[in-house]
Ligand binder design. Sequence first.
Ligand code: G16
Length: 543
Amino acid sequence: MAHNDQIAAASLKHPIVLLDKGQLYKYGTAGFRMNADLLEGVTFRVGLLAALRSRKLNSQAIGVMITASHNPAVDNGVKIVDPMGDMLEQDWERFATALVNAPSDEELVELYNRLATDLKIDLKIPAKVIYGRDTRPSGHKLVTALAGALDATSTEHVDYKLLTTPQLHYLVRATNSEGTPLSYGKVSEVGYYEKLASALVRALKGKKINGTLTVDCANGVGGPKLHEFLKYIPKDKVSFDVKVVNDDVLRPEVLNLDCGADYVKTKQRAPPNTKTQPGARSCSYDGDADRIIYYWVDPETGFFMLDGDRISSLAASFIGDLVESAGLRDDIRIGVVQTAYANGASTNYITQHLKLPVTCTPTGVKHLHHVAQGFDIGVYFEANGHGTVLFSPDALDYFRNKAPQSPAQKDALDTLVALGDLINQTVGDAISDMLLVEVILAHKSWTLRDWAMTYADLPNRLVRVEVENKDLFQTTDAERRLASPEGAQDEIDNAVKKYKDARSFARASGTENACRVYAEAATRSEANELAERVARIIERYGQ
Ligand code: G16
């Protein structure tokens, strides 16, 4: 059978590390993610699957991103991107898991061939994989392992080197749609910048972006990429004053260290090393620039955060108003997708004030993205700042081709078309989401304080709990309840009953070796107390 000897020989160079105590590698919330020392063999095997996937999908390009995003610098990760820039189809995650856990090179080759047969894949047709990595030094070694798998399977491959995760998603879609009526943009990093810059001008329609925006790039790949993007904004048309901070990619150990979106969201404070004017607009990206959180700090109010829920409701409200102004309220279905981490106040605001339906899915943008695709306009954000807005091809067609009945309708339709280009349609994208927020604030002439006035968050707290075996914790009801271990959910329910307007849940993280506990309640001290109580319950059951 084709490639057997090559795969076996290459696999010897990138051996899999067998995990202790018979544990298995798992394709988690965002692919395989762990200490980089364990990932060389994993990445090699992911390369084999990417090659199979490309051949299964008639030689379309498949993406592979090497990143551990918000995790510490010693970790890394690898995930597969499908042809339209979406995350790998979930059915295929088990094939990835099976290949990665094959105990020997012989069994790996055998499984590779069995998958090809079972999935009716013609191993003789061409295959193409494109890939990129974040700034982690371990990325070099993992890229070599990946290329080894692609060479062994005669797969054409393109190494885009350093990229943000959303840039890789963009490039995958652009590659596969090139030359078709649905072309997503030029197939290059420059194409990505040009597309966003041009859409920014069109979406702003001459409105002014006020003040300075400080952007904390988590010392990750977002730093150099944001600097690069800013060069493409036409200065004669848009004045956008950006101060980039935490953009040190030369010292790997500072990646995500006391900065970045995950730090800001979980600690509920600004990165200690960034000094801004009181009340000035700031935002933080995460390590691979697919998440964003806004905030300000001033002596009067202290720290105030505008997270993914806020971006979601801001975007849904603005886009809803545009659809109304375009006279399309009865034609376009807008929906919002959240996870259990969404603040209860945001869900109420969206359902009761904006009158839009909200669906709750398990954590992981792959779940939210899928549900959002069911609407004409699907707005999805996780509270941690990861999300985007999807416009269906029909909706975009409609906005482009509907004959406006008035100048106001034309304005609204033009802005909707521009937003369709400005917003990364493949995955959450910190740069693109930042531009979306800036455009909306400019249109509304809003400061962050005006934005914050739309509703009051319920005080909440997120706690990370290290346990002996996180796999004991299985959830149900979109992760809002624990199905096992038995008795744990009853104890959580009893704890929640003690507090006013309270809610809490626990789940195993799919990217870290830990459980996460979320709690919200009427007051900050109650939310903190409840989170601590539930964390103790999880600690006890996780032993
Ligand atoms: C990834 C996923 C997100 C998820 C986050 C945390 O983000 O893409 O959808 O919210 O992990 O997941 P978990 O709670 O399972 O650890 P990132 O930015 O780290 O790639």
